[in-house]
Design a protein around this ligand. Structure first.
Ligand code: SF4
Length: 345
């Protein structure tokens, strides 16, 4: 008898110390954006909404296996908004050092656009902090500052010295020099305002082109899909291009379920890049994603919880089984709580 009481106490402790605080944080986080895809619930409906969110991914059936090909998962917007809320408190390097933030406030608009393009050219295969430091070097060390004319006049070795910490620095030095000459000659010293013009520049691909149009020209005509957006969109089941490239993930011209631009509403095209880049920097890492700490681990088809978390779940279940073998309904409810809670906050 005493053993059973002890077991019951342990069980309640396990549930309250492991599950409850995490659930509370999740509910707080969801209080502003508790989506049921087409409807925003008020804060007073948070707990119901949290339940909706936990169970909103439809189970795969014969019927919807075929219809899956016709669109993204039904819960994409719920997942998107939960990540968006999470990112408001979980800041990442891109939030302070993203390319759109690296041009100087004191320069004219033309120079600002040129600096934005330059920062994007530096950013490929390079961490945001390194790109930001290289941009600072260019702005401070090039005689007269980082302008198109000053880059044309600048000694190539000095240019290389400024950016030597970024990935592929030698090639990027050549690209920046060549691009500056083309901009002067063909674009009146400005940067192109078309995707065709931008991707014709040395070292500028579609991702950089669409981001440049959004950040420098305020033109929203395509999604900037980099490796983070590509990886996370595939892990979440939003696209099926895992064996393809970021460009496959973007392209509107390929099948509906395969590309973001084919179904993601246009108003999301600009914000999705910094949203998922930051999410990829701090949580959904390329290797070893932190699924235990992920706000959508109860909805993500690729979620992998660690053995510690599995053990926690198991211990709750086992304790409950020992606690009262005859009360099966109670056992099922407690198991449900333990397995559907976002365990790792
Ligand atoms: S559950 Fe894991 S794989 Fe899925 S989005 Fe979160 S961190 Fe990425």
């Amino acid at each position: 008898m005493a053993g059973r009481r002890q077991s019951s106490r342990l069980s309640k402790q396990t549930l309250s110390t492991v599950s409850e605080p995490k659930l509370k944080i999740k509910r707080e986080l969801l209080s502003n954006y508790a989506y049921n895809d087409n409807q925003v619930h008020s804060a007073s409906h948070v707990s119901e909404s949290a339940q909706v969110i936990k169970h909103s991914r439809p189970k795969s059936t014969k019927a919807n296996k075929s219809t899956n090909l016709a669109g993204p998962p039904n819960d994409w917007k719920t997942v998107y908004e939960v990540i968006k809320e999470y990112r408001k408190i979980a800041l990442a390097p891109v939030d302070t050092m993203g390319c759109e933030r690296l041009s100087e406030e004191t320069v004219d608009e033309k120079t600002s656009r040129y600096q934005t393009l330059t920062s994007l050219m530096l950013s490929s295969q390079t961490k945001d902090a390194i790109t930001a430091a290289a941009m600072r070097n260019l702005q401070l060390k090039i005689p007269g500052g980082l302008t198109l004319d000053n880059v044309i006049a600048c000694d190539k070795d000095l240019l290389h010295e400024c950016i030597k910490s970024v990935g592929f620095h030698t090639r990027k030095t050549d690209y920046i020099k060549a691009t500056a000459a083309i901009l002067k000659e063909k674009y009146n010293g400005d940067i192109p305002d078309t995707i065709e013009g931008l991707i014709s520049l040395p070292g500028v691909g579609p991702k950089m082109g669409y981001l440049t149009l959004q950040c420098a020209w305020d033109k929203n005509i395509g999604i900037g899909v980099d490796v983070h957006v590509h990886r996370i969109s595939n892990r979440l089941g939003w696209v099926k291009t895992v064996n393809g490239s970021p460009e496959d993930t973007r392209k509107a011209c390929i099948a509906y379920f395969e590309a973001l631009e084919a179904w993601l509403p246009k108003e999301y095209w600009k914000e999705i890049n910094p949203l998922l880049v930051g999410f990829g920097q701090i949580t959904c890492l390329p290797r070893g994603p932190r699924c235990n700490a992920c706000p959508v681990n109860d909805l993500c088809p690729s979620a992998k919880l660690t053995s510690t978390i599995k053990k926690q779940r198991l211990s709750v279940t086992v304790q409950e089984s020992l606690d009262d073998k005859s009360d099966t309904s109670k056992k099922v409810v407690k198991q449900e709580e333990a397995t559907t809670d976002p365990l790792s906050w």
